[in-house]
Ligand binder design. Structure first.
Ligand code: AMP
Length: 249
């Protein structure tokens, strides 16, 4: 079974993002970038499938600027076999990424495609779902457990108020939730080995995909600053404030 994993280069989750002064977006100049955390989980799951003998090859995919190569090298260091970069300086929205993924999937013919449930920069939570629709494949989003047996998948999904277990035929698009696994640390020898692994680069034009944005960002703003808190002398005063001022009880 060939597995394809999508890895996005995003602002590192430890960075406190700043909005550009003209409100046009988030300032990424000089900011640490890393692999989207949900995508690390996706790569880890693919590598575990390979270690168990359920997967034969893992192809990592990334779309974006040339520096996405670093993100792909990280995926290769975790254990992916090959990388595919679709290089463009254009702003990529989920539908464009889904179309690029479909073009690569048409060439690669994987049986399982794993994406993160959402990218922590745009928080869209759309790419996996759009991809499954474009391919006409089954989808299992927010996965917290995956079992593959006799060409079939059993996926446990995190849904509001509990868990849902689905039985699905392959090929399949799955998106990862936080509890699916805990990604391993990348070791130095594996980083060195990853430098020698194959990485192919395409442009959207070569894949015949129009990546023009369909949505226009009108404004990005910081959340309102929180006001200072007040100290109450006792529980009775707290209850009185909740009742009379906040009116929540
Ligand atoms: P989103 O729909 O933007 O929240 O992203 C969901 C998932 O789609 C991410 O966790 C990635 O696995 C994948 N994805 C989105 N954008 C890209 C990209 N530019 N390159 C590679 N994978 C991406």
């Amino acid at each position: 079974m060939k597995v394809l994993v999508a890895v996005k280069r995003v602002v590192d989750y430890n960075v406190k993002v700043r909005v550009k002064s003209d409100g046009s977006g988030v300032d990424t100049a000089g900011v640490k970038m890393s692999m989207n955390p949900f995508d690390e989980i996706a790569v880890e799951e693919a590598v575990r499938l390979k270690e168990k003998g359920a997967a034969t090859e893992i192809v990592a995919f990334s779309a974006g600027v040339a520096a996405c190569q670093e993100t792909l090298r990280t995926a290769l260091a975790i254990g992916a076999d090959r990388g595919v970069l679709v290089q463009t300086d254009a702003e990529l929205q989920p539908l464009a990424v889904a179309k690029l993924l479909k073009a690569v999937i048409d060439k690669e013919q994987p049986q399982l495609v794993i994406l993160g449930k959402q990218a922590i920069d745009d928080d869209c939570n759309q790419t996996g779902q759009m991809l499954a629709a474009l391919l006409g494949w089954g989808q299992a989003t927010f996965a917290s457990k995956l079992e593959i047996d006799a060409g079939k998948a059993r996926v446990t999904r995190e849904v509001d108020g509990g868990l849902e277990t689905l039985g699905l035929a392959l090929p399949l698009v799955m998106t990862t939730d936080l509890r699916l696994n805990e990604p391993r640390y990348v070791t130095l020898p594996n980083i060195m080995k990853a430098k020698k692994k194959q990485l192919d680069t395409f442009t959207p034009e070569q894949l015949g995909v129009d990546v023009s944005p369909r949505l226009k960002t009108l404004k990005v703003a910081e959340p309102p600053k929180r006001g200072a808190g007040v100290k109450v002398p006792d529980v009775a005063a707290l209850v009185a404030k909740l009742k009379n001022e906040a009116k929540v009880i």
